[in-house]
Structures are given as structure tokens and as C-alpha cells.
Design a protein. Structure first.
Length: 386
């Protein structure tokens, strides 16, 4: 049961990425005062596109952002898998998930945070946390709070300062180049209003995940083994990619000219537990996962909203943190493990990969979500995990 308090509780949050903005907004909407620290001079997202699965859309609906995503993004008609130029499956028709550019999603979350009363401080770098309740800052000493939240990404300084937390890290043989490119006329229309997962496995694995993010843009996730240096570099090597995917040559040419792309090596970080005293981790700082299933951001968003909900249920912050982790832990660990397995086995390359087990993460429902909200995102019978 939610208890009534005479004074607002205060949170200091490190990192204005998706998870940090989400948890800051969710707390502020519940009456907390929140200060959010971003080490860069601007609050903006550097990146290409993103798929937001049903689990994330439900959580984002709780904080009032989902309607704008539905309006500005694209709901793919199918998730099609193509191996060596031939379609092997077309899955998820009617499934409630959306594609949108990362900068647009980030702007929507930043607007929601400001509207909720979150104080956003730029050029403010967190270097650690005190479990007694203080965020340690590079240039400003420490900021005391009822709760300190590390949402500062896979290289989290907050996490690394909390020596009571155990960490397991693993890197994989794959990496991905992420880019946003203009959408040519030849790639418009019903045939292309879908996610298409293009694969070739010989002589080595290469993959282009084609995701329309609107009428004018396409998000490309271009995966290759890191032992293939030409396919792992930015700017994109147009020749090597066009040889493997000749039917996408026009889009690959655009990728070669794109600015702002980035290459990331697949990695998993598992932290146990996610909190120490009154300091807690959320998002990639707690559970970075390889992007084989595209669930890293969605899981972070869900956990961020559930964290705010759990803290609303009682006065004892440490008890609330333990209850929150107990609810989220299995789902999050399973998502990490399944993503790693699919990356290691190339399991999605042969199509028909979205089994009921694999859909458990996408179908996970935040404890903050009402039945009324759930009804807005019906799951087709073929994609149910129950």
C-alpha cells in the first residue's frame, strides 16, 4: 500500500540516457524531487534507431510518453528474416512494438522529465556513489540524497565505485555498426514497412538489420565478426558490405556517407546485487547485454519504471530496492542469457526464432502497468508466452 509522506524524498541520478531519464521522470511524477546529472554539455542522444518492444511501450505509457512514440514511430508489419537473399520467415504480424529514431525518443523522454519537474544539470560527471546516500561528482564534491541512482551506462563509474557489488563481464566475437540513413524511394511502401533481418553466414557471419523509423529514415544495424576488420569499421566499407548484400547496394552507399555512426562490440555485464545501501543501478550500468534480441534499452526502461513504482509502496528504501530486484531479476537475467545464446549460435538467421520462450521478455508487464493500459497493447495469440 502506498503511504502518505509529509516531505518529498530526493533522488540524485547519474546519466541522462534512456534509463536515467525514465527513472527520473517516474520518480518526479510520484512526488520526489530529482536532480539528473549528465556529463556531456548537451542532453541529447547520439545514435541511430531503436525497436521498443511491448514491455517498454507499456512502461513508457505509464509515464505518458507512449502516445508520441506511436504517432512518430513505425509499427512494423512483419519481422522478416532473409538468409542469403531468400526470405525464410515473416513473423510478428500485429505485434505491438514500434521503431523510432533514438534522438526522437531521447527528446521525448527529456521533455517528459522537464515537465515532471526534474532538474537536469549538464557538464556534471559522476565518479562514484556513497551507499549512505550521496552521489560523488568530479567537480562539485558530493550531492546528498535519500536515493542515489547510477544510470551511467555500461562503463558506469557509479557501479565501479560500489565495491560490495560483484561483477561478471563477457565480450563476444561480434560487433555492430549502427547508422541512420535517408530512405530512398525504392525502399518505401508496404514491402519495406517491416523489420527485415538480412543474414549471410559464409565465409563469416554478417547481418544487416533493416528497420524503417519513419517515412524518411532507415535504421541499419550492421553486424559482423570483429575478426573481419573491414566489416567492423566506421565509416562503413561500402565495397565489402555490397559484395555480401548486393540487393541493398543503394542503402549501403548511403551508409558509407552517413555521419554519426558508431561501432560497438557485443558484451554482457551481470551485477549482483543491483544495490548497496541507498545506491542503486538501473539500465546498462546494471545489466548491459548484447543486442542480438534488441532488448537492452527496453529492459532498462521497464526496470526504471518498476523501480519508481516499488519505492512508492513503502517508506523503507532498502527494503523496497530488494523487493524491486526480486521481481525484475529473473526476467533481466533471462534476457541477457537469451541474447548471448542467440548471438553465439546465430539462432535468428534461419528464421522462425520468436518462440514463446523468446517472447517472454517482450511480453513482461511492469508492476506499474494497469489492466487498462495492458488492453491497449493486445498480443496476437501466436506470440503469447502464456
Amino acid at each position: 500500500m502506498t503511504t502518505q509522506r509529509t516531505t518529498a524524498r530526493h533522488a540524485e541520478v547519474a546519466g541522462a540516457g534512456f534509463a536515467g531519464l525514465t527513472v527520473a521522470t517516474a520518480l518526479a511524477q510520484r512526488g520526489w524531487t530529482v536532480r539528473l546529472h549528465e556529463q556531456n554539455d548537451d542532453v541529447r542522444e547520439f545514435g541511430a534507431g531503436i525497436l521498443l518492444w511491448r514491455n517498454a511501450m507499456l512502461a513508457l505509457d505509464v509515464i505518458g510518453v507512449a502516445d508520441a512514440i506511436r504517432a512518430d514511430g513505425v509499427q512494423p508489419q512483419y519481422y522478416e528474416t532473409s538468409l542469403d537473399g531468400s526470405t525464410v520467415s515473416a513473423e510478428l504480424p500485429g505485434y505491438p512494438y514500434w521503431a523510432i529514431t533514438r534522438p526522437r525518443l531521447h527528446a521525448l523522454l527529456a521533455d517528459a522529465a522537464r515537465a515532471a519537474g526534474v532538474e537536469i544539470v549538464t557538464g556534471s560527471r559522476a565518479v562514484g556513489a556513497d551507499p549512505a546516500g550521496a552521489l560523488l561528482l568530479a567537480d562539485a564534491g558530493q550531492a546528498e540524497a535519500d536515493l542515489v541512482i547510477g544510470a551511467d551506462g555500461a562503463g558506469s563509474a557509479v557501479r565501479d565505485s560500489l565495491t560490495d557489488l560483484a561483477q561478471e563481464r563477457k565480450k563476444y566475437s561480434d560487433g555492430v555498426c549502427r547508422l541512420l540513413v535517408p530512405r530512398p524511394e525504392a525502399f518505401r511502401g508496404e514491402r519495406w514497412d517491416r523489420v527485415i533481418d538480412f543474414w549471410t553466414l559464409e565465409p563469416d557471419a554478417m547481418r544487416i538489420l533493416f528497420i524503417p523509423t519513419g517515412p524518411d529514415t532507415i535504421y541499419l544495424g550492421m553486424m559482423a565478426e570483429t575478426r573481419n576488420p573491414r566489416a567492423s569499421r566506421i565509416p562503413i566499407d561500402v565495397e565489402v558490405w555490397s559484395q555480401r548484400f548486393p540487393h541493398l547496394a543503394q542503402v549501403i552507399e548511403l551508409a558509407g556517407k552517413a555521419e554519426g555512426g558508431r561501432h560497438d562490440t557485443y558484451q554482457t555485464t551481470r551485477v549482483t546485487p543491483w544495490s548497496a545501501g541507498r545506491a542503486v543501478l538501473v539500465g546498462d550500468s546494471a545489466h548491459a547485454m548484447c543486442p542480438a534480441l534488441g532488448q537492452g534499452a527496453s529492459v532498462g526502461i521497464v526496470n526504471a519504471v518498476d523501480l519508481a513504482h516499488a519505492l512508492e509502496q513503502g517508506d523503507d528504501i532498502e527494503v523496497s530496492l530488494a523487493r524491486w530486484e526480486a521481481r525484475e531479476r529473473r526476467m533481466t537475467d533471462d534476457a541477457q542469457a537469451r541474447s548471448a545464446h542467440m548471438a553465439a549460435t546465430r539462432g535468428l538467421a534461419r528464421g522462425s526464432g520468436f518462440t514463446p520462450e523468446l517472447m517472454e521478455t517482450a511480453n513482461f508487464v511492469s508492476a506499474a502497468v494497469s489492466e487498462e493500459l495492458q488492453a491497449r497493447y493486445p498480443v496476437p495469440e501466436a506470440n503469447r508466452s502464456w
